[in-house]
Write a protein that binds this ligand. Sequence first.
Ligand SMILES: Cc1cc2nc3c(=O)[nH]c(=O)nc-3n(C[C@H](O)[C@H](O)[C@H](O)COP(=O)(O)OP(=O)(O)OC[C@H]3O[C@@H](n4cnc5c(N)ncnc54)[C@H](O)[C@@H]3O)c2cc1C
Ligand SMILES: Cc1cc2nc3c(=O)[nH]c(=O)nc-3n(C[C@H](O)[C@H](O)[C@H](O)COP(=O)(O)O)c2cc1C
Length: 718
Amino acid sequence: MPSSSSFSFGAGGGGGRGGGGTTYQNLIATKMEEFTGTSDALTNACAFALCASVVGLVALKLSRKTMTMMIERSATTREQERGGGRKPKTTLKELKCPSASDDEKVTITFYYGTQTGTAERYANTLVEDAQKRYGLKQIFARAVDCEDVKPDVCEEVLSSEKCAVFLQSTYGDGDPTDGSADFCRWLEETATDGRMPDMLEDMHFCTFGLGNRSYEHFNAAAKQVDKAISGLGGNKMMKITLGDDDKSLEEDFEEFKEALWRQLEKTFQLKAEGEEGDFDVEKHSYAIRKEEDAEKVNELTKIRERKSFEMSRGSEIPTQAKPYACPIKSRKELHAGKSDRSCVHVEFDVSQCKGLTYEIGDHLGVFAENAPDVVDRVCKLLKVSKQTPMELVRRDDAPKSLLPVFPGPISVGIAVARYADVLSMPRKTAIKALASFATNKKEAKELDLLAVDKAKYHAYVADPHRSLLEVMEKFPSAVPTLGAFFGCVAGRLQPRYYSISSSPKDVTNGSGIVTATVAVVKHKTKTGRVHEGVCSTFLQNVREGDRVPVFVRKATFKLPKDVKAPVILIGPGTGYAPFRGFLQEREYLLKSKKQELGECMLFFGCRKEEHDYIYRDEMENALSEKVITSLDVAFSRDDPKKKVYVQDKIQMKAKDVYKILRSPNGAVYVCGDAKHMSRDVNRALLQVLQREGEYAIHEAEEIIRRLVVDKRYMKDVW
Ligand SMILES: Cc1cc2nc3c(=O)[nH]c(=O)nc-3n(C[C@H](O)[C@H](O)[C@H](O)COP(=O)(O)OP(=O)(O)OC[C@H]3O[C@@H](n4cnc5c(N)ncnc54)[C@H](O)[C@@H]3O)c2cc1C
Ligand SMILES: Cc1cc2nc3c(=O)[nH]c(=O)nc-3n(C[C@H](O)[C@H](O)[C@H](O)COP(=O)(O)O)c2cc1C
């Protein structure tokens, strides 16, 4: 095999047919004879040496050029790959429903509002499946990102629709996703002002909500969209489907899809022509460009990283699409004694990145890597060495739902570490793809069944939360090609967010440091597997000087502008994170700006005083320095007979809490667990209002509602 510096396509790689050394020698001798006009061996050897040096120089120059091109190409793909780059503005013409010249053809638009890409993936899948099922003669299907439908064109775009399906995810505390917020606000405002009750009378629609039942406001954004479209005259084809990520969104989506087909066939007299069920693995796979020289690829990866680091050193603002490879300043364990859990304080040195600015309450997006043992297991299953160099190449006929490309050339080991989500549950399409590669007939049959049989998928994958890695280990004969693995088997590893636990105005560190307070996830799943959280474990193991890609996501969780406004901060566990920043900011205002501050009650909670009373010294100092006016700490496991939580402490301080709740500019902040704590705190606040203010429950609820509307009751919960 020639050790070529050029790329070859296909999983087989290489491309060159093997030639023996003697054949080449004979060929060279003949060519040199032709060139010099003599058969003298010495003359021809000298001529060959001269030619070789010239060719060598040209080759060297070329390969440098190729390297530069490859690096530049990678920078562009990185922009696209993480999907957070600035999108080109979509024109009204593109957005408006294309009025088919052929009246028989139904245009179906799948609108999606997404935060982490699931709704977008579902929308693209529906487009492909609808096209396969009904054929292009009956329908035209398209997916539209709600982010592209700006308020000034909403009316025109939506009123041009005859058939629309909304796939809306809920984020934050019952909010629409960042990108779809304007679209949802426009819908709600237009529907509630009641001026256009018939605006969408031509539209048939239905909604699939992406949510999680353990959140207080389950699928709130999807419910809001569904109600608003109805309010504007849309004809509801079927009841809203509330997908639940706490159980299995994948299964809810499958059910929704089946119901949708039935409904479309009824409403628009469509006829199923094809079977959308046959998942085309080849179409959903990347071609793989193979580079023979592993050394060169490693060097390229390093150059690319250095380049991306240098780009961020200027004033460029790091984004999800183009994060900053940030050096770690330090990391320390916050739990003490015999705690069986871990929580780490990580300091990111952002002093060299002028574009990375933040305010208290913002979130830090972090791209983690899979642990080395996970990477080893995956490479073993793929039957490929970690060092194997590769690059993904999108085929011309690749569908939109193909997972995004990532920069290459890159070694398989690094690609798996950075991009492959192997610890989440496999999607049904991933199982279908695996089935197509299984060489063992029994395994192929079982995988095929798992992919189509709802009950089997539920029992084997969804209910016990089996990871893709576990499934692949159970069916080892199913070895996907690298192109299929990165194209349709393993999802892309997503960034994780952390509430920044520092202030750029911190008296000691200033703006050069961003800190995160990270609870390390480690739990046993039903199958007995110990799940070690990808990002939290990664951050638990980072060392000084390591570089981690990060970016800042702006949030609205801020202290009141009026520094005299009284505030209540409620943040047990890592929920204290943003409040650490708040306290640093207050200390700065108090000490450096000599400002008079309003009252500040801090409620913190943890399991045991000895183990996880994190940042205790800082909180107690803040109290003694009058940065806060009270500190109440609940220990839930110190007294085996009585569990005390923050909500109990709130009740104990009911009079003071009530005073702030009813003061004209008082504000309440809650951070941490969305599933239990935030609901319990809400209940406690309602009880305080009822008891201290003698309000009826509906009055107390109205007071809380007003506080939310006025942004005086804010939550940063996850
Ligand atoms: C806006 C925002 C702010 C956040 N701020 C912080 C913060 O300041 N500090 C912080 O530590 N985290 C914070 N998080 C959570 C953080 O983003 C990660 O989700 C968390 O660190 C886990 O990521 P991971 O990759 O380690 O775990 P993953 O590999 O993603 O695994 C987590 C999954 O494991 C499961 N799981 C976790 N714990 C258990 C359990 N005990 N029992 C059963 N299943 C479980 C859940 O299904 C969960 O989805 C925040 C999240 C958001 C969205
Ligand atoms: C930080 C965070 C907040 C969330 N808030 C809610 C919520 O308030 N209500 C809800 O039903 N689901 C909530 N979810 C669940 C998401 O809606 C769900 O995971 C969905 O599948 C995400 O889809 P997407 O990838 O298209 O954004 C939340 C998820 C996260 C990570």
